[in-house]
Write a new protein. Structure first.
Length: 241
């Protein structure tokens, strides 16, 4: 386990839910346009960009909620805890519960390497006056979820990996009476077309460099199906972990 950074009591804690970037286990919808090893390389680059943004953001505690084992790609200053639970709804609910230290919590997945420290700080700041903050994904899922107080009922039973996952989560937040701040829509990296679009939107990151090195490979249609989400990233994909 990495040594956690010095905690700041008046700031929200940041969580990244992710999978270890192992060939054949991550970004499987990038194949066959990319080989499993290439898809894992892109996943690793996306994860490194995401962790760098989290490391640069002002926050209390930073935690990686991981399926798999940490590697040299993990920067200093992160605590690590294992994902637990069956479905993605359970793993997300447990991630919030396991990381709860009495401060607001903001969770992001590894599928939006274009995320910035400034955007994460905006999410954290929103929880000073709101009960929740929500980052919708272009595919109908979500790329970020922040809660002032963890509540498993906001996630358990929500159908994941569907085009209406984001709508369902946002509906739960509002039904619970939580004033919810909504962040800009971001594109999750699920398909080769997504990879090209995200690399173009954030050309300075490791993910964009990896896409350029491997070459842009388009032609895979976007679809909704199982296997997406913040274990990869946080909401129903193809469309957290």
């Amino acid at each position: 386990m990495s040594a956690p950074a010095t905690e700041t009591a008046d700031l929200a804690d940041l969580l990244v839910i992710a999978k270890e970037p192992v060939a054949g286990r991550v970004k499987t919808r990038l194949t066959p346009a990319y080989t499993p090893a290439e898809a894992a390389a892109l996943a690793g680059a996306a994860l490194r960009d995401t962790l760098a943004a989290v490391a640069a953001a002002r926050a209390g505690r930073r935690t990686l909620v991981l399926e798999g084992a940490p590697g040299p790609w993990l920067p200093e200053g992160f605590a690590v805890c294992a994902q637990r639970g069956g479905g993605l709804d359970e793993r997300l609910a447990h991630a919030f519960a396991d990381a709860d230290a009495g401060r607001p919590l903001v969770l992001v997945g590894m599928d939006t390497p274009q995320v910035t420290a400034a955007l994460l700080e905006r999410a954290c700041a929103a929880l000073a006056t709101r009960g929740a903050v929500f980052g919708p994904a272009a595919d109908g899922g979500f790329w970020l979820l922040g809660l002032r107080r963890p509540d498993a009922s906001l996630l358990l039973g929500v159908p994941m990996s569907r085009a209406d996952t984001g709508t369902a989560v946002l509906g739960r937040l509002r039904a619970a009476g939580l004033r919810t701040a909504v962040l800009p829509v971001l594109t999750d990296v699920d398909t080769p077309a997504d990879a090209a679009a995200v690399a173009a939107a954030a050309p300075g990151g490791e993910f964009a460099a990896a896409v350029r090195a491997l070459g842009t490979r388009l032609g895979t249609r976007r679809r909704v199906g199982p296997g997406a989400g913040p274990g990869a990233g946080p909401g129903g994909r193809t469309v957290p972990a």
